[in-house]
Unconditional design. Structure first.
Length: 500
């Protein structure tokens, strides 16, 4: 009751402070109510989303409540049990804090990161920590700073949990209009990519009690409530020897998850890039990237990760368009843009085999990619102030692992990504219309056949009255099911947004 009262107080206090006529009068304010799915359970959502801009400073908050069908608040979002829990609760309500713009001498954005690239993207390209938002909220950082002879870029995907990506790039003028940069990126624990709602270091998929931080084994949780009664009934009410009986009884169903088995598996990468600015709008560059770690060993081949090279790339921007094109070549056990938009949902995945659950990482699947070469291009285009389009395509040819042949065969490794956002000002009642699609490292993305790397979604907003908009957000990813087939994972969210 105390947590409930405290949560409601903060929620409505936020509304009074940030709404029009409140203490902070120069704030844009929106609110929403709808539904969200967390751990397979539907919650009603109430949210206040103030945005404050003062000069170069921008602050966006997301003050929300999740309430189930019984009227109970999802308490993991409002945990004031200790100091770290209070800090997580407060940070969780910060959608973003931004200073300046990416091309300014000093820029940072903390919180939700919709798009982040390190250098020219050989390791980190178009990464987002929002792929499964709001079911999972990350507090990240994208920082860029320019000094007299040094440029610094730093990206961290999350501060609340073990980050899936931490990257640093330093660059300096090299010769005339040339610049040289070095980068380092790491995921310190790939297994941390599995959602752990109660913070007990046991992923929800293996946790009998995913919302209870004290127990993950149902039999241990029931030790005194159930099994003590069973023992006492068999021993005329005498509980002497119960602990020994409980610890050694093989007939009691146990949770066999081992924390030591799934922890501490890191993967890293380093890169060097060289750029030359031909004109203010045209840049040539070259980039080398090496992944550091070990993948699955097949056919006696080394599991050491490989490297990729962009001997020549070009980037240009003019008027309504931005364009990038690269020639690429890679050794085995390497993927370009390893940390991409979908990284947080496929850095660690569940595999079902013979009735058992196990985890495999993105790194462990790099053995599937042999020596390849080809090209990559990306075009961003603003058409007649009607639609903003983004199209990216990679076509690599070479050796790809075949499960049927149990060997490498000649095949293609292709990637396709697309984004679109309509200017809805000329469409009555439509206030928002945006969509995205990504499918990576498969033979033919234009078959539109689902894979573990397929991610797509859309946002539609319809005005129902002045200042009130209904928003439907949909996201779809794919995971391997118990039958060995890919199952879609749908994330759907309805909101009614109100502009105060």
């Amino acid at each position: 009751m105390k947590k409930f009262t405290c949560s409601l107080f903060i929620f409505f206090l936020g509304g009074m402070l940030f709404s029009q006529g409140g203490i902070l009068e120069n704030t844009n304010m929106s609110g929403s109510f709808g539904s969200v799915i967390i751990n397979g359970k539907i919650y009603n959502q109430l949210a206040l989303r103030p945005e404050l801009v003062i000069g170069k400073l921008g602050i966006g908050l997301d003050i929300y409540l999740y309430i189930d069908s019984d009227g109970n608040i999802y308490q993991n979002s409002w945990d004031f049990s200790d100091g770290p829990a209070v800090a997580r609760t407060i940070l969780d309500k910060v959608f973003y804090v931004r200073w300046a713009q990416p091309n300014d001498p000093f820029y940072f954005r903390a919180g939700a990161l919709p798009l982040a690239t390190l250098g020219h993207g050989i390791l980190v390209n178009r990464y987002s920590n929002m792929i499964d938002y709001p079911s999972f909220r990350r507090i990240g950082l994208d920082l860029k700073a320019k000094f007299s002879s040094l440029q610094l870029e730093y990206i961290q995907s999350d501060f609340k949990h073990t980050p899936g990506m931490t990257g640093l790039r330093l660059a300096t003028p090299f010769f005339g209009k040339a610049t040289i940069g070095v980068s380092f990126v790491t995921d310190m624990d790939q297994y941390a990519g599995l959602i752990d709602s109660d913070g007990d270091d046991v992923p929800d998929v293996f946790d009998d009690l995913p919302d209870d931080p004290d127990y993950y084994d149902q039999s241990v949780a029931d030790k005194f409530d159930t099994w003590l009664d069973v023992y006492a009934s068999d021993h005329a009410g005498d509980s002497t020897g119960f602990s020994n009986w409980f610890n050694n009884n093989t007939g009691i169903p146990r949770n066999t998850y081992s924390k030591d088995q799934y922890s501490g598996d890191s993967v890293s990468g380093m890169a060097v890039d060289l750029s030359y600015q031909i004109t203010p709008k045209i840049q040539l560059y070259s980039e080398f990237g090496q992944l550091l770690g070990e993948t699955t060993k097949v056919n006696g081949n080394s599991g050491s990760l490989g490297f990729g090279l962009v001997p020549l790339g070009i980037y240009t921007h003019f008027g309504i368009a931005q364009f990038r094109a690269e020639y690429r070549t890679a050794t085995k056990n390497f993927l370009f843009s390893y940390w991409d938009q979908s990284y947080d949902v496929n850095r660690a995945l569940i595999q079902y085999s013979d009735g058992q659950d196990s985890i495999f990482t993105k790194e462990s699947q790099l053995y599937r990619y042999g020596k390849t070469s080809g090209f990559y291009s990306h075009l961003s285009l603003a058409l007649l102030n009607i639609i903003d389009l983004g199209l990216g395509y990679q076509d690599m040819s070479g050796q790809i692992w075949s499960d049927a042949e149990a060997d490498y065969v000649d095949d293609s490794n292709k990637t396709f990504l697309a984004t679109a956002a309509l200017n809805t000002s000329f469409i009555p009642k439509v206030k928002k219309a945006a969509a995205f699609y990504q499918q990576s490292n498969i033979p033919n993305p234009f078959d539109f056949k689902a894979s573990a790397t397929t991610v797509f979604g859309y946002d539609i907003g319809l005005e129902v009255s002045g200042g009130v908009m209904i928003v439907y957000k949909a996201r779809t990813t794919y995971v391997m099911g118990p039958d060995g087939k890919l199952d879609p994972v749908h994330s759907m969210q309805f909101e009614t947004q109100v502009i105060f």
